[in-house]
Design a protein around this ligand. Structure first.
Ligand code: GDP
Length: 304
């Protein structure tokens, strides 16, 4: 939690400390409630989530007959955690399965708009799995961004995973297919496919990403479709997420760059809006800067 606190320092001062300051000020008049609302909106919680949190907080404070700032803090903590759906299943399904007596790797597609941190997340996730003793294969199916395959190859060397890449400009679906095939043949534990992230039009995305998924499914079940969202893009990220979830069944969200934003409030919106759990968060550019998302630890770090 200490580390999380450090990484979330911007969101912490904007959101956590801001709210605690307001709540700690004693009796709350309408002006204070408006300030609380503004704090939530500025931190990117969006209108409807903000309204819900403020309502719940008012209820809790009056139900508990709250007086001290410690009580107010406890009520805020509970309401924020509750907003994050603490009961959701956040495990990343990256374990191999048996199919007709043969080992089949877990298949994870990593999707998202370019620049959100897709390739970096794929590398970091490989590192976590390799550290757990799993054999991982990386598929460089982002063939549109010239440097993506090189970047993934660097990660593969760094973490000790094999990489499959296609020729420049190759069809992403064919690279994804080859990666999964190689993974199945080699009997690895997990294949992580870095997909192309061109969100030019919804149909374009559907053609590309939808095709990747369909083609991969000819060989192996897709266990996870992780959507990578850049927390610093706020509401825009949320709009991207809606489009992606219309195109493929997104099974989990990875929220990156939480270390660099005062707008960590986006976390509170994602699951509520999309009905998909945030499973992982990116807290920096380094290989160990990927963490499981745990609502109570997150809220505790925010509140300091
Ligand atoms: P892609 O185009 O989606 O594959 O994006 P990249 O993986 O190339 O990442 C884009 C930039 O964001 C790179 O400079 C990464 O180092 C950086 N990045 C990725 N994740 C994080 C994160 O969690 N925190 C920070 N601060 N930077 C990140």
């Amino acid at each position: 939690i200490e580390r999380l606190r450090g990484r979330l320092s911007k969101s912490r001062s904007a959101l956590g400390q801001g709210l605690l300051g307001l709540l700690g000020a004693g009796d709350l008049d309408e002006d204070s409630w408006e300030e609380i609302e503004d704090t939530l909106l500025v931190a990117d919680l969006g209108a409807s989530t903000t309204t819900e949190i403020v309502e719940r907080l008012r209820e809790e404070l009056s139900a508990r007959g709250v007086r001290t700032s410690d009580d107010a803090r406890a009520a805020l903590r509970d309401v924020l955690i509750e907003t994050l759906s603490p009961e959701a299943d956040r495990s990343v399904r990256a374990l191999p399965h048996e199919v007709d007596g043969a080992k089949q790797p877990a298949v994870v597609l990593v999707a998202g708009v370019n620049g959100t941190g897709k390739t970096t997340t794929t590398g970091k996730l490989a590192r976590v799995l390799v550290a757990q003793g799993r054999q991982v294969l990386l598929g460089a199916a982002d063939t549109f961004r010239a440097a993506a395959a090189d970047q993934l190859e660097t990660w593969s060397q760094r973490v000790g995973a094999e990489v499959v890449r296609g020729k420049e400009g190759a069809d992403p679906a064919s690279v994804a297919f080859d990666s999964v095939k190689r993974g199945v043949d080699a009997g690895v534990d997990a294949v992580l496919v870095d997909t192309a992230g061109r969100l030019h039009t919804k149909t374009g995305l559907m053609d590309e990403l939808g095709k990747v998924k369909r083609v991969v499914e000819k060989q192996a079940k897709v266990d996870e479709v992780l959507l990578v969202l850049d927390a610093t893009t706020g509401q825009n990220g949320l709009a991207q997420a809606r489009v992606f979830s219309e195109v493929v069944d997104v099974t989990g969200v990875v929220l990156t760059k939480l270390d660099g934003t005062a707008k960590g409030g986006i976390v509170f919106q994602v699951q509520r809006e999309l009905g998909v759990p945030v499973k992982l968060v990116g807290l920096g550019e380094g290989p160990d800067d990927l963490a499981p998302f745990e609502p109570s630890a997150f809220v505790d770090a925010l509140l300091g």
